[in-house]
Ligand binder design. Structure first.
Ligand SMILES: NC(=O)c1ccc[n+]([C@@H]2O[C@H](COP(=O)([O-])OP(=O)(O)OC[C@H]3O[C@@H](n4cnc5c(N)ncnc54)[C@H](OP(=O)(O)O)[C@@H]3O)[C@@H](O)[C@H]2O)c1
Length: 236
């Protein structure tokens, strides 16, 4: 990423495990100042250990992405640890597995929509005044959010919510383009996390490295694009 300042100020959601934790490690390793948001910072042992390794460069703040009151709380607390954001990674997500046509529940649909779609929109809105001009917003989507890519009735709550998140990316691009903010929808690959499972194709570290390269390489003309972790475009 072309640094807007010498130190990039990054905020990542769902930072306590999986891809979010790998992204946090990679951001710290490249020199960013990082705000790691997660539901229970006190129980986030890996993040707390990292805070010890990178004194003054990693701050943990509480966030339940499904709760708009929590977004407002984060927006209030952020200035206490960081004077603005150059990179916001909306990474927190949920996948309810085992859904079948005939028994899809309203509860799973609602929960997925709140976390995967509403969350990135409402959090970005709540933090908009603290986003630097020219900042980047990376929404961690999925290839399963591609309507063009559907081949089976697999994980409907997830598919629907990630497709909605893709619309969020397109709308945020419009809302923030005047300030030079670049907004991306990014598929991280099939990643070895609790969500992806141990048989997944790539490690969280590989995905994080690829995603950060794609984010860094993005130009204003790329805002609103739907790309995978290697920078290849996906069909909506
Ligand atoms: N793994 C894959 O193969 C894959 C593929 C495509 C897309 N993705 C996307 O990549 C992102 C990261 O996934 P992952 O594989 O790292 O999943 P994961 O291992 O299941 O981790 C999910 C993360 O999201 C957080 N989260 C869930 N609900 C939350 C809430 N209400 N408020 C705050 N945080 C919440 C979790 O926090 P808790 O620990 O508190 O639950 C955890 O940090 C997701 O958006 C996912 O959809 C993953």
């Amino acid at each position: 990423m072309k640094p807007i300042r010498s130190l990039i100020r990054s905020l990542i959601t769902g930072a306590n495990r999986g891809l979010g934790l790998a992204l946090t490690r990679a951001l710290l390793a490249r020199g960013d100042r990082v705000v790691a948001a997660c539901r229970q910072p006190g129980k986030a042992s890996e993040l707390n250990a990292l805070a010890g390794e990178y004194p003054g460069r990693l701050h943990l703040l509480p966030l339940d992405i499904a709760d708009p009151k929590s977004h407002a709380q984060l927006a209030r607390e952020l200035p206490l640890v960081c004077d603005g954001i150059d990179l916001l990674i909306n990474n927190a997500g949920v996948l309810h597995s085992g859904e079948r046509f005939g028994s899809v529940s309203a509860a799973h649909l609602e929960d997925s929509f709140r976390i995967n779609a509403m969350g990135p929109l409402l959090l970005t809105q709540a933090l908009a005044s603290q986003l630097a001009d020219g900042a980047r917003v990376a929404n961690i989507s999925s290839e399963l959010g591609s309507i063009a890519g559907v081949t089976r009735f697999g994980t409907p709550s997830y598919n629907i919510s990630k497709a909605a998140q893709n619309m969020v990316t397109t709308l945020l691009k419009e809302a923030l383009s005047a300030r030079g903010v670049i907004v991306l929808a990014l598929h991280p690959g099939w990643v070895q996390t609790d969500m992806g499972g141990s048989g997944a194709a790539i490690t969280p570290e590989q995905s994080a490295e690829g995603l950060l390269r794609v984010i860094a390489d993005a130009r204003q003309a790329d805002s609103g694009r739907y790309l995978d972790w290697k920078g290849h475009p996906l069909a909506w």
